[in-house]
Design a protein around this ligand. Structure first.
Ligand SMILES: [Fe+2]
Ligand SMILES: [Fe+2]
Length: 443
C-alpha cells in the first residue's frame, strides 16, 4: 500500500518491443525472465523523472514515516467528520463501482508482496530479516486464513468476480514491477528497499476504501488487514525503514539512498487508486457488458418476445444497438429507473433462481444493472464488519511433502502467486521451520 504524493502523473509506459505488460506479467509468474531486468531499467529511468516526498537523508526517515502516518490519520478524521455531517461516499457511489475497482486492481493484489521474494535466499543474514518477515507475513506464514493473495481471491470469489474482466494493459504495470523486483533482488537491492518503503506506508485511500466497502456490505478484510499490519509503529512501514538502515552500505550511503529513491518512485508509475476509481462510468460499463453478451444472445430468444415492435433477436443482431435497446426497455416500462430494482420487470427476468434469464449475467453485470436501474434510489445501508464473512479453518500439515526439503527448493515454491496454492502454503510453513524463522507466540 503506497502513500505516494503524486506530484507528477506518470502515464502510459511503452512496453519494450511488442511485449504487453500482461504478457510480461504472465512470463514472470511462470518463472525466471531475464529480459525483465532491461525492462526494469526502463521503468526506473521513467520513474527517475518523477518528484517524490522522501527526506534528504535516511536518518530522517523515521520522522518522515511518523509524519506520514499522522497526516493520514488527520485526513481520515476529517473524512469521517464530513461523512457524519452527511457527505456522500468519496470513492464508491454504488456497489458496482466498488466491484469494478476490486477487479481493476486484482493483478496487483494477486502478487501482493512479490517484490520481496528475492530476499528469502538471504535468510542466513540477519540484515534481511525485516524484509523476510514482511514477505512471510504477506504469505500469512503459510496459513491460508492470513495469506494476503488468498484473502483477496476469496473476496473476489464471494463477490462472483473471480473470472476476471478484460483489463487495460496498464492494470498489469504495478504487478509486473513487483514480480520483476522480486526476481532481481540482488542486482536491485536498493531499489527493492525503496519500493518496499513506498508500498508499505498505509495511505489515506486504504482507510477510506475499508470504510466504504463495509458500508456497501462488502467484507473489506483485505484492506482492513493492511491498515493494521502495515502500521508505522511496529508493522511493515516500520520494518521498511529499518531494512534500509540495516542494508544501506555504510561507506556509500549517498549512492545507496539515491537508488532507494528510484525504487520508491516506481510506486508512482501508473495511475493512483483514487484517480482509477474516478474513471468508472456505470452506464458505459453496462452498455459494454451488454454489447459483449449481444453476440451470444442473438439467436436465443423466441420471436414472441418483442420490445417496441422488434423481436429481441432483431435487437441483438445489430451491433451498437444496445443504447437504443435499453431506452426501449425503459419506454416500454420494463425498466423503471430511480426506483428499487425489484419493481422493474426487467430485473425480475434476470435476478433469482426462477428468473427466465437466470445465469445470463454474472454477479458483476447484475450489479451494474441493479445500480443503473436504482440510479438515485438508495438501498438501506447494511454495514458489515471486516472479517465477518468468516474464514476457513487452518489446514493440517500434509505429511511427507515438504518437511525435509532444502530452503532453496522451498523458496522456488514460494514465488509469484504460487505461495497461495496448497503446495506453496505448505512450502512456506516448511521454510519457516527449516530456517528457524518461526515467530514465537506470547505465552
Ligand atoms: Fe499485503
Ligand atoms: Fe505489507
Amino acid at each position: 500500500m503506497t502513500v505516494m504524493n503524486r506530484k507528477t502523473a506518470a502515464i502510459a509506459p511503452l512496453t519494450t518491443g511488442c511485449v504487453s505488460l500482461q504478457q510480461r506479467y504472465q512470463a514472470l509468474l511462470a518463472g525466471p525472465d531475464e529480459s525483465s531486468a532491461t525492462w526494469l531499467d526502463e521503468q526506473l529511468a521513467r520513474a527517475g523523472n518523477l518528484l517524490d516526498d522522501l527526506p534528504d537523508t535516511p536518518s530522517q526517515l523515521p520522522a518522515w514515516s511518523a509524519r506520514q502516518a499522522a497526516q493520514v490519520a488527520e485526513a481520515y478524521a476529517g473524512y469521517l467528520a464530513q461523512r457524519r455531517q452527511g457527505a456522500p461516499r468519496r470513492f464508491f457511489a454504488n456497489r458496482a463501482q466498488a466491484l469494478w475497482f476490486l477487479q481493476q486492481v486484482a493483478p496487483t493484489k494477486a502478487v501482493d508482496g512479490a517484490w520481496l521474494h528475492g530476499a528469502l535466499q538471504h535468510w542466513r543474514d540477519p540484515r534481511y530479516h525485516g524484509l523476510i518477515r514482511t514477505y512471510l507475513e504477506e504469505l500469512g506464514n503459510g496459513d491460508p486464513r492470513c495469506n494476503h493473495v488468498l484473502i483477496y481471491q476469496r473476496l473476489l470469489s464471494r463477490l462472483g468476480c473471480l473470472e476476471g474482466m478484460q483489463l487495460e494493459d496498464q492494470r498489469y504495470l504495478q504487478g509486473t514491477l513487483q514480480l520483476a523486483l522480486g526476481q532481481h533482488c540482488d542486482a536491485y537491492l536498493p531499489e527493492v528497499v525503496g519500493y518496499n518503503l513506498g508500498y508499505e506506508q498505509p495511505p489515506l485511500h486504504l482507510l477510506i476504501t475499508t470504510y466504504e466497502l463495509a458500508e456497501l456490505g462488502i467484507d473489506g478484510q483485505y484492506f482492513q488487514l493492511h491498515v493494521t499490519i502495515d502500521n508505522a509503529a511496529s508493522g511493515h512501514a516500520h520494518l521498511s525503514v529499518q531494512a534500509l538502515r540495516q542494508l544501506c552500505a555504510p561507506h556509500d550511503e549517498q549512492a545507496f539512498y539515491a537508488r532507494v529513491r528510484r525504487g520508491y518512485r516506481l510506486n508512482s508509475l501508473g495511475i493512483a487508486a483514487p484517480d482509477l476509481i474516478r474513471q468508472f462510468d456505470l452506464q458505459a460499463e453496462l452498455l459494454a457488458a451488454l454489447e459483449r453478451k449481444r453476440v451470444y444472445g442473438q439467436f436465443m430468444h423466441a420471436d414472441h418476445c418483442r420490445v417496441q415492435q422488434r423481436t429481441i433477436n432483431q435487437w441483438l443482431a445489430e451491433p451498437g444497438a444496445m443504447p437504443a435497446f435499453v431506452a426501449a426497455l425503459q419506454a416500454q416500462g420494463w425498466i423503471r429507473r430511480g426506483q428499487e430494482p425489484a419493481q422493474s420487470r426487467w430485473w425480475k427476468l434476470i435476478d433469482g433462481p426462477s428468473a427466465a434469464m437466470f445465469g445470463v449475467f454474472n454477479a458483476y453485470e447484475k450489479q451494474l444493472w441493479h445500480d443503473w436501474i436504482a440510479d438515485d434510489w438508495q438501498a438501506p445501508i447494511r454495514r458489515v464488519v471486516p472479517g465477518s464473512w468468516g474464514l476457513p479453518e487452518a489446514t493440517e500439515e500434509q505429511p511427507g511433502t515438504t518437511q525435509h526439503e532444502p530452503p532453496a527448493a522451498l523458496i522456488e515454491r514460494m514465488a509469484g502467486n504460487r505461495h497461495a496454492t496448497p503446495d506453496g502454503l505448505s512450502a512456506t510453513r516448511a521454510f519457516i521451520h527449516a530456517t528457524g524463522l518461526l515467530q514465537e507466540e506470547p505465552r
